[in-house]
Design a protein around this ligand. Sequence first.
Ligand code: FAD
Length: 415
Amino acid sequence: MGISTDFSVAIAGAGLSGLCLAQYLTRAGIDVHVYERDPGPFVRRQGYRIILDRYGLEALQESLPRPLYRLALATGDEPGGHLRFTDARLRNAFTINFKDEPHATRQVDRLTLRTILQSGLDGRIHYGKSAVAVDNGGPAGLRLRFSDGSATAASVVVGADGVGSALRAQLTPDAEPANTPMAGVYGRSPLRYDGGSIIPDALRTSGVLAIADQPGRAFFFTSMRFGEDPRVAFARVAPGSYAPTGDDYVMWGLLLQQNEVPMGVRGDVLALRKLAVRMSADFHPLIRRLVGTAEWDATVLNLFTTGRRPTRWAVPRATMMGDAVHAMPPFGAHGGNTALRDAALLGHRLVQARTSGIPVEEAIAAYQEEMIPYAFRAVDTAATLMRRLTGAAAAPHWVLTRVLPRLHRVTVPEA
Ligand SMILES: Cc1cc2nc3c(=O)[nH]c(=O)nc-3n(C[C@H](O)[C@H](O)[C@H](O)COP(=O)(O)OP(=O)(O)OC[C@H]3O[C@@H](n4cnc5c(N)ncnc54)[C@H](O)[C@@H]3O)c2cc1C
């Protein structure tokens, strides 16, 4: 593509957006390195699935070599399915149907997707590197500094270091996310239980949000069935790469108020387990069974926050993507999709700048101007959904938990 070699990009964070941008730039021949705080690729279980929408899928298609994109689809769940909103006893209030076209909406395992995004980036991902700041200066223009005292020179620095971003305070000083009253305890349970599926046939292809009578309490679950077993698909498409998982599972999340999660429980998996058991006691027996059969080392607590629109970008040639700049509560499945969309857009702008001679500052400004409106629409949608579904706003909650379920038959018998 005729891109000169005096240009380099350093990305902080090897999550969804950081790896996706690295793929995009590598394909275009741009020198890119990713610096990740975790000591290795599989240290955290990240035991949940993620729903990719049109934006997420398009971003992956633009960024990944074709065989890797096909690998993401092949290992994903079957297309289609439903999202059901029910009361605590799993009586239907209403249902959203997903299109059953392969490129419309796909559920994939997050860890498998992250592994696919790492393929082919050998020598370009550096683990155990916790970014702390960006300095002006150095041979390439900027220096990304790490907590171990080391630093790397780069022409452009991208903060893709997630919701707890260390670079955000410096790069967008007025955009620290706001706390919300809500939190989620997430877990995963094996799909096969007692010789059969723990999920009854009626809910085979459904995600379910069961909303409790008490405002601020709900339970979400969905099963993840791998299309092709990743261990087989990886061996076929990307020989030599390691598939970290392949067993079907149910991902679940108990949504509750932050003030119901005592400080002492927050970093303690066993205490979180006890809390989840206690707080799900009034739900349908299927939900109690899911919590009771969970793999406890995959249990995590997530305190929901909402990002604030940045009004200024403080370091020229440094920018941010994904949750680092637009954190949002996990309602509506927008967080990861928006992060991937950012990566493909920023990749496109940087490559365009390098091939057409547009100054890189202009390319980054164009990315930021385009990203902020769509990303903060997603933040607003996620925050509104969270309030409607779990908030104390009397009317919607009452309609969801009392009126609509009475109009429908019981979805899952309790016996
Ligand atoms: C339970 C749950 C379910 C979800 N479901 C969906 C869904 O269905 N659809 C959807 O679109 N989104 C979903 N999301 C949101 C989605 O997972 C996130 O929005 C997405 O991962 C954000 O990508 P990212 O690249 O910004 O950050 P991440 O993927 O979080 O990656 C950030 C990376 O940066 C690293 N890091 C952190 N600090 C530093 C540092 N100082 N230096 C270097 N590295 C650092 C982290 O270790 C991590 O690897 C869900 C979230 C949760 C919690």
